[in-house]
Design a protein around this ligand. Structure first.
Ligand SMILES: [Zn+2]
Length: 124
């Protein structure tokens, strides 16, 4: 499942960063998920919560996970449209965006395609 593998790599990044910073405990993790990833934020949080309680992930026991959804922003190379895409403009089966104004696929995605661990609050 897409969400599970994503949650696992988020968790790995969180643990790696926390260990590097000599954390005793991870208190809060804020993750940005671009809408273009088509990930279900609630499912990602749910899986992070399960993973964080696993025996070997001692650092993350009881941690709080927050997801901020980042809208997709594009720039059309054809008509010059520059702005956000609504959910209806996103095709859940292809990770390709088209311009909502002229329908062109020659667009530059400026925002919303990444998953970023934005902030990790730790206790030392
Ligand atoms: Zn256009």
């Amino acid at each position: 499942m897409h969400e599970l593998s994503m949650a696992q790599s988020i968790m790995n990044a969180v643990i790696e960063t926390s260990e590097k910073n000599h954390a005793n405990k991870v208190i809060e993790v804020i993750i940005e998920i671009g809408k273009m990833t088509m990930l279900n934020s609630e499912q990602v949080i749910f899986m992070l919560e399960i993973l964080s309680e696993e025996e070997e992930n001692r650092l993350t026991h009881g941690a709080n996970f927050t997801v901020e959804e980042i809208p997709v922003e594009i720039e059309c190379l054809e008509c010059g449209f520059d702005g956000k895409l609504e959910n209806a403009d996103l095709d859940p089966y292809t990770p390709i965006s088209r311009c909502p104004k002229c329908g062109n696929f020659k667009v530059n995605v400026k925002n919303g395609k990444d998953i970023i661990v934005k902030n990790i609050v730790i206790d030392k």
